[in-house]
Design a protein around this ligand. Structure first.
Ligand code: BG6
Length: 485
């Protein structure tokens, strides 16, 4: 199968924070892979902008090093890397001063698509926006890309939205939640809205509960000071897990159109019920065998920030009344795995007697990473004589097997999202009101545990999280799925 490559127009992409970590790990390697796919035309310009005083050659050298480090050997080709580097320029700019802006103004062409990626601290968004406008660099059709963290509560998110709104129209603003760029996450919409099969069952009448798990094996080492001010709730739940929940719970948009999709997600966020203290468990990984614990990584021995969180939430609308959504995410867990599991209810009446075997609920598992795919567990008759014994088997689909090379070669989330910016498609980006609604739900949950003075519970690295998280779901007569790759 040959990928269909959608051509893009000529463009100028300016990356503020061009020497930063995200640019090195994700943005430049992602752009290089899009170059290999033929999507970075010869007339495209990619302009790195940062404070360091570099020339084009030394900046290109650092991009080449990033490609070496973060692009797999199969895709590294000296001639291709050279071709890609030729599209790259560098300008030293001072976000809070005048240096570099006049030069940048001469580099961004007035007659091609222009996009400005603010891969910098949110405190600089306003300064950059102001100077882009002041120097006539950003136009009414330019695009602005911003990263999370988009605020740390409702007030700060509102302030950021207001800062951007002072200079740009909402249609120009692309707020990245990289989970929306993941192939399987988009597939949630395809599965739900391109098939008739699931929709009749996709409601509280037939769905017993939903589990959303994003488990990581890494700790917070290296980003301890950021993470300690954030924690799993702000870092993962308010954005990534919430977006997954929205895609599972939302109504069908009338069209796959940016505002139609985002309107439906917004309704889900607004329908989220407050979460009470009994429905949350927070954890912190312990030190083990010479490996640092959370408190070592965070460098604050008294920190109460959570590196793990599990919670139960209800979506208060007709479709989902009574179906709990269990969310959990954490660092230093047993395996790196992200999945959504939809567990269906029992058939209304069993025609098989007790000897009929091991009946279990149907479960649809959507594996987001790794081994992207879907798995539907169904009951069948166990083969052989001896009566009607039932057994559960998987209807299994992995992208790699079902789609051959294309399934194995899934683009990174950033590749897709950056190209969507260039194409002017906001469907996979968060709108300002969505971000604010997500904080409006998150804030009281955090305020609740802060007011109670709750401490997170310790858990062992390599485990499935704190003991109490088991209880959170056990007391409803349910079980978490195993965290495994
Ligand atoms: C980021 C969080 O947004 O997502 C990190 O800040 C987290 O803490 C990361 O590790 C997980 O992303 P992925 O794509 O590796 O699942």
């Amino acid at each position: 199968m040959v990928s269909r490559v959608i051509p893009v127009d000529r463009f100028d992409l300016v990356i503020f924070g061009g020497t930063g970590d995200l640019a090195r790990r994700k943005i430049f390697p992602g752009l290089y892979r899009r170059f290999l796919a033929g999507q970075i035309p010869a007339e495209a310009r990619i302009i790195g902008a940062a404070r360091s005083d570099l020339d084009d050659a030394s900046f290109r050298q650092s991009v080449a090093e990033a490609i070496d480090e973060f692009v797999g050997p199969a895709k590294r080709d000296a001639a291709a890397i050279q071709g890609f580097l030729e599209r790259i320029r560098y300008v030293a700019v001072d976000a809070r001063g005048e240096e570099g802006w006049a030069q940048l103004a001469t580099m961004v062409r007035p007659d091609v698509v222009s996009a400005f990626y603010m891969s910098v601290a949110p405190a600089l968004f306003g300064d950059l926006a102001e100077r882009l406008k002041l120097h006539g660099i950003a136009r009414a059709d330019s695009r602005i890309v911003v990263e999370k963290p988009f605020g740390r509560d409702l007030d700060s998110a509102r302030a950021l939205n207001a800062t951007l709104a002072a200079h740009f129209d909402e249609r120009q603003i692309y707020r990245i939640d990289h989970y929306l760029g993941k192939e399987t996450v988009q597939n949630l919409m395809a599965v739900r809205f391109a098939n008739i099969l699931f929709e009749p069952l996709w409601n509280a009448q037939y769905v017993d509960h939903v589990q959303i798990t994003v488990a990581e094996t890494v700790g917070v080492g290296g980003r301890g000071s950021y993470y300690d001010r954030s924690g799993a709730m702000r870092d993962m739940v308010q954005n990534h897990l919430m977006q997954l929940l929205c895609l599972i719970a939302m109504e069908a948009p009338y069209h796959f159109d940016p505002d139609a999709v985002r309107d439906e997600k917004l309704k889900v966020i607004r329908a989220l019920q407050p979460v009470g203290p009994d429905d949350i468990v927070r954890g912190q990984y312990r030190a083990r065998g010479g490996e640092p614990g959370y408190l070592d990584d965070a460098e604050n021995p008294a920190s109460r920030t959570e590196s793990y969180i599990a919670l139960k939430v209800h979506v208060a609308n007709w479709r989902w009344k009574g179906t709990p959504f269990y969310l959990r995410t954490g660092k230093r867990l047993r395996a790196r795995t992200s999945e959504i599991a939809i567990t269906f209810k029992e058939p209304p009446h069993s025609i098989f007697d007790e000897a009929g075997g091991d009946w279990r609920e149907n479960v649809l598992v959507i594996r987001l990473q790794p081994n992207e795919g879907m798995n539907l567990r169904v009951m069948i008759k166990e083969p052989g004589p001896g009566g009607m014994r039932l057994v559960q088997v998987p209807l299994d689909m992995s992208f790699a097997e079902a789609l051959g090379e294309d399934g194995a070669d899934i683009p990174d989330a950033y590749e897709r999202l950056i190209m969507d910016v260039i194409r002017g498609n906001q469907t996979l980006f968060m709108r300002g009101d969505e971000v604010e609604a997500a904080w409006a739900w998150t804030d009281p949950v955090i305020a609740g545990w802060e007011a109670r003075g709750d401490r997170p519970q310790g858990y062992d690295p390599g485990s499935s999280g704190p003991e109490d998280a088991l209880m959170l779901i056990h007391r409803d007569g349910r079980r978490w799925r195993e965290i495994q790759e």
